[in-house]
Design a protein around this ligand. Structure first.
Ligand code: BGC
Length: 905
């Protein structure tokens, strides 16, 4: 007998056992494990306070009772009052369609965020910056930049523990960056904490379970601070080199110890802390880190250290800043990469190649005399003479230095970040053994959820490059690039890449966190910023950039069925919609376009009219807002947004679409956007798609799209009968193309199609990053069309799916998967002679329709013997057809005659 699956993989607010979650973010999800073919009909969630109350004191339990619902994702917690700071465990059981109930899941837990204002008794503490301890400026390459950088304060406080401890939590944050220390150990494994927000409004804190680090008797809690985004160099504005939010870092901490006897004690940052500068001469995200290792006060973070001479800290009362538990995934050291090769340049410096463009830093072991001065520089690419090419870093230095302590020592920075594949090491004593150097890969730790492989090696490399681009640009926020003096959260890049990002990796918590930054940065006019956090910049409202404020919440809903995110940002989104409508009474978005980056970095002239692109995005917003309003039960608003969409559609058609389906300007982006957003009247779609193909042919079968058009081009071709043209663009190896990058050694996605060309070499260094993910938005097409994995039409989330592969081009097979919130979905197809085989995996509790394209769909066979429910037109190729099967959970296999090979048009 089949039974319903057993609930597993429990998550709360998209996280596994979060130690800090805002009460209104508490939403549950689980997967159904096992072979059960039946679907969930009902669930019961039970939430229990920690028993006996350890954290949070007396709190009430809550039980949902049996709830008739197939939902296993986005399940609300309706507990009347979740207590601030309390710990809860929760479990779930489910009933299937036959009424069989599963056993209870293993318990999971969550801890509720402290009250952002009253939950804290701590004060901000810091040390007045000084260069005093580093009195050898000659060795510091002293210049304007290094003089602007300050040493890292080390802060400590002793306390004693006299009773048996049940558990302990350390809540810590900084204005700046901190590393938490307790009795000689680092608390947790996150780095670059607390992450980047608009510190004037909102500061994230992290919660650590430090029960195991405490000991009876004397203890020391401490922290090392650095400038980070708060007071270091950030972004590109030379007028504000450094100190965007404040001038020196400060720490806020609260250690709460729960004793076996039911009492609790709190050690907070206050006047009892003392501080000193240690070995870190400076640590800056853009510039790098400098350690004078002999100066390290060894043992400073453990009991028994002689802190004579350490200074009193400067203490300041808390102000109105909102202190919230970090809702995003931590930045971590996620991987270590060994050198692929080590060479020496003409000056005798070591040039280390890690074979992969990445973000992070080096760990370097030395064995040699005291006071050797070692310098490490980082670059993404090499110049023709084999030296580092660093011109494209602009003013970012990406250089780490250290002075050796004598003997064996290991150097590793922790408050900086470099985008690099190559490192140049000078001043290293002796020969460099490959075992002594490693690249530490650092980024927000987003679990991998997507996999893609096919018969073309170069395309597999492209897929890896797309993922590495995402990894390197997930650094607390989605950044544009991780190397030059920019590294900021451009909304346009993020929105075009968001769908790909969510397939590649579980990005729900990451984008949820950033959407708060976007909301914090929204202008009183309702305009969304172009960059979030926006620092002091007043860039706002640019088409395709500001629209991210609608597109990204919608994307999260589409991928994770998250309605919480829609509720949370609904008023921001409507304010944006009002802002657009206010100035554009004729339903054409031609006013207030802000910086209008248009189809940014499209090759050649950017001929797409800015008001066309802007109006298309307005229509897109209106359509998405109608879906969003509907999803959260605001039916009247949904109707209003549908009416708005109709008005924009008609104004757009009048202004830009001719009677034969031509779109003004005739650019590929103009067609792709118009078709994607349904701005072409139905009876003209086919001819408009034909005009798009003509435009591509005129460009020599090359794309001409920039950051915006690129995301829609292949999906639009495949949705309108031109998959063969999509493959032709994909497989194009002349510039501009994805393949050109891969064929020329790219291991990430370049900012520009012509970042480097055989004819010209490097593009102008002023804007030429080799790690920008926007052009990697083609990943979405690989998942949704090549593998054919997506939510069923009109559905948010993957509880019902469509599996519709689009074979084509040179591919003889492709396989891949997506680890959805509902479980693993996989797709694998093969073309062999005239035969096509297709194998899919559907997770427990999920249903789907499988579409097998074929030259003779009546001959397509389901290995289980099921008959197709329909024979229909296959949208990917003109005149082609598909056999459609209804499937439930499990593995299904199909075979039949392949589609007729389509000649390259
Ligand atoms: C960034 C882009 C960004 C753009 C705005 C550039 O400097 O690197 O990725 O979207 O400016 O046009």
């Amino acid at each position: 007998m089949t039974t319903t699956g057993h609930p597993t993989a429990l998550r709360c607010a998209h996280k596994v056992n979060p130690l800090g979650v805002a009460p209104d973010w508490v939403r549950f999800s689980w997967e159904l494990e096992g072979t059960g073919g039946r679907r969930q009909r009902a669930y019961q969630v039970h939430v229990e306070p920690d028993e006996p109350p350890q954290i949070g004191g007396e709190t009430a339990a809550w039980d949902s009772g049996r709830v008739d619902s197939p939902a296993s994702v986005d399940v609300p917690c309706r507990a009347p009052a979740l207590k601030r700071g309390a710990r809860y465990t929760w479990k779930v059981r489910v009933w299937d369609e036959a009424g069989t109930v599963s056993s209870w899941s293993e318990p999971a837990s969550f801890e509720v965020e402290l009250d952002p204002v009253t939950g804290w008794q701590a004060s901000w503490i810091g040390l007045a910056p000084t260069l005093e301890p580093f009195i050898d400026p000659a060795k510091l390459h002293s210049d304007r930049v290094t003089r602007a950088l300050a040493p890292s304060p080390y802060l400590r406080r002793e306390f004693s523990v006299a009773k048996p401890v049940t558990c302990a939590r350390l809540y810590m944050t900084a204005l700046g960056l901190y590393e938490a220390r307790l009795n000689g150990s680092k608390a947790g494994d996150a780095v670059l904490t607390p992450g980047w927000t608009d510190y004037a409004q909102r500061v994230l804190y992290q919660s650590y379970d430090v029960t195991e680090l405490l000991r009876q008797g004397d203890n020391v809690v401490g922290a090392v601070l650095a400038d980070g985004w708060y007071s270091g160099f950030v972004g590109f504005d030379p007028k504000r080199a450094g100190a965007h939010y404040g001038t020196a870092p400060e720490l806020l901490a609260q250690l709460v110890i729960h004793f076996d006897d039911g009492t609790e004690e709190c050690v907070v940052t206050d006047g009892k802390w003392c501080g000193q500068f240690g070995s870190i001469r400076h640590a800056d995200l853009l510039m790098g880190e400098y350690h004078h290792m002999p100066r390290e006060p060894r043992g400073w973070d453990s009991p028994g250290f002689d802190a004579t001479g350490w200074q009193d800290v400067q203490r300041r009362e808390r102000d109105g800043r909102w202190l919230v538990a970090d809702p995003g995934p931590p930045v971590r050291i996620v991987e270590e990469i060994a050198p692929r090769s080590i060479a020496r340049d003409r000056a005798g410096r070591f040039i280390v190649d890690f074979g992969q463009n990445l973000t992070g830093w080096l760990r370097l072991r030395v064995d040699g005399p005291e006071e050797s001065h070692v310098c490490i520089r980082h670059a993404e690419v090499l110049a023709a003479d084999g030296t580092l090419y660093t011109e494209n870093l602009r003013t970012a230095r990406q250089a780490d230095e250290f002075v050796t302590p004598g003997g064996t020592a290991t150097f590793e920075p922790r408050f900086t970040l470099h985008g690099f594949r190559y490192a140049e090491i000078s001043g290293y004593p002796g020969d460099l053994d490959p075992a002594d150097v490693a690249a530490r890969v650092v980024h927000s730790d987003l679990p991998a959820t997507g996999q893609f492989e096919c018969s073309q090696a170069w395309l597999n490399q492209l897929f890896r490059n797309i993922d590495w681009g995402q990894r390197g640009n997930s650094i607390s926020i989605p950044t544009d690039c991780p190397q030059r003096d920019e590294r900021v959260g451009w909304l346009g890049d993020a929105q075009i890449f968001a769908r790909t990002a969510c397939y590649n990796r579980d990005a729900a918590a990451f984008f949820s966190k950033w959407l708060d930054d976007v909301a914090d940065a929204q202008f009183p006019s309702g305009a969304f910023p172009d960059i979030a956090p926006r620092m002091h910049l007043d860039f706002a409202g640019a088409p395709a950039w500001g629209d991210a404020g609608v597109v990204i919440p919608w994307t999260l809903h589409k991928m994770y069925a998250d309605t919480g995110i829609l509720e949370r940002h609904y008023s921001s989104m409507t304010a944006w919609m009002d802002f657009l409508e206010r100035d554009n009474p004729d339903w054409l978005r031609s006013r207030n376009l802000g910086n209008s980056y248009n189809d940014w970095l499209s090759p050649g002239d950017d001929d797409t009219p800015p008001e066309l692109l802007a109006t298309a995005y307005w229509a897109y917003d209106a359509a998405l807002m109608a879906e969003i309003a509907q999803a959260i039960g605001r039916d009247d608003d949904a109707a209003d947004y549908r009416a708005l969409m109709a008005k924009i559609q008609s104004a757009y058609a009048d202004a830009f679409v001719s009677a034969d389906g031509q779109v003004a300007s005739g650019t590929q982006t103009a067609y792709a956007l118009s078709l994607h957003v349904q701005l072409i009247p139905d009876d003209l779609r086919e001819s408009a798609a034909g005009h798009l193909v003509d435009a591509i042919a005129r460009a020599g079968w090359r794309l001409t799209t920039g950051f915006v058009g690129v995301g829609y081009l292949l999906p639009v071709l495949s949705s309108n009968g031109h998959t063969s043209v999509a493959y032709r663009l994909l497989e194009q190896d002349d510039m501009p193309s994805w393949r050109y990058m891969v064929d020329h050694g790219a291991t990430t996605i370049w900012e520009r199609w012509d970042g480097w060309t055989e004819e010209r070499g490097f593009q102008a260094p002023v804007m030429n990053s080799f790690n920008h993910y926007a052009l990697g938005s083609v990943g979405e097409w690989l998942y949704r069309f090549v593998l054919g994995i997506e939510p069923a039409p009109g559905k948010a989330g993957f509880s019902r799916i469509t599996l519709r592969p689009h074979p084509g081009g040179q591919l003889s097979w492709a396989l891949g998967s997506y680890q959805s919130r509902w479980g693993l979905i996989s797709s694998e197809w093969r073309r062999d002679g005239g035969a096509f085989s297709f194998r899919v995996r559907v997770p427990p509790g999920v249903t789907g329709s499988v579409h097998v394209p074929s030259s003779d769909p009546y001959e397509v066979r389901d290995f289980r013997g099921n008959q197709p429910v329909a024979i229909a037109g296959f949208p990917g190729a003109a005149g082609a057809r598909e056999a459609v099967f209804d499937v439930g959970p499990g593995v299904h296999q199909f075979a039949g005659p392949a589609l007729a090979e389509e000649p390259y048009v």
